[in-house]
Design a binder for this molecule. Structure first.
Ligand code: SF4
Length: 224
């Protein structure tokens, strides 16, 4: 079955598992955080629907698996506000709020980035990583959009990917403030939204048009 047809027949908010007949649902967990109340809901859903448990995903979320198609709607209804399907997500490390290595507040920056991403429509899914220092615990160099905190400010990366064709993101700017970093991300994603082909990830987009062309549009003649 073609990919689009597969997506078309899936219940909204769920993903089909291999093997047929069963689905998974990933509750919304911004920046990998979850409240005690949300945990209680997830736990009760797993018990009441006799699911095999939850899996922690690479994107810092909890995935409920093994859901029969005729129960997907009921599971999502029970999950309520945590049942939203998230097409663009931000992974953030603890950063300077709680990590001794942290040079920047990656959680606060991740929140601002996620708020911005909720306002845009892009040609394909997008993963962002915000790391509070160069240890890069949020895998910023292999994310579509990456931020790395350093002494002088943020390093802004674009076009990374950790999939089957691994690509390191290109550095668009270094030592920029929170506001400057978000403005650069807004400009590069505006270009990506306008010029990328449908379902073209940022890594393939940058390879096709060239990073210098991206920099020219994003910065004009004022590249940092
Ligand atoms: S990237 Fe740096 S600040 Fe973030 S968790 Fe890792 S060591 Fe700590």
């Amino acid at each position: 079955m073609k990919h689009d047809a597969l997506i078309e027949e899936m219940p909204k908010g769920a993903l089909a598992q291999a093997g047929g007949g069963l689905y998974s649902v990933t509750p919304r967990m911004p920046l990998g955080c979850i409240s005690p109340e949300q945990l209680d809901i997830i736990n009760s859903v797993v018990r009441d629907f006799n699911l095999p448990g939850v899996r922690v995903t690479a994107g810092q979320r909890l995935k409920l698996q093994g859901i029969p198609k005729d129960q997907v709607r009921a599971v999502i209804d029970r999950l309520g506000p945590v049942g939203e399907f998230c097409h663009y997500y931000v992974q953030a490390c603890p950063g300077s709020a709680t990590c001794r290595m942290g040079m920047r507040d990656s959680m606060a920056m991740g929140e601002r980035l996620e708020t911005f991403l909720n306002t845009v429509t892009l040609p394909c899914k997008l993963k962002a990583g915000v790391s509070g220092c160069s240890m890069c615990c949020a895998e910023s160099y292999v994310r579509d959009v990456g931020l790395v905190g350093r002494n002088g400010g943020w390093t802004v990366l674009f076009g990374g990917n950790a999939g089957k064709r691994v690509r390191t993101g290109d550095v668009l700017a270094e030592n920029v403030s929170d506001d400057e970093a978000l403005a650069i991300i807004a400009r590069v994603l505006d270009l990506y939204a306008r010029e990328a082909k449908s379902r073209e990830r940022t890594a393939r987009f940058v390879e096709r048009v060239g990073v210098e062309a991206v920099r020219r549009v994003v910065f004009g003649g004022n590249a940092p």
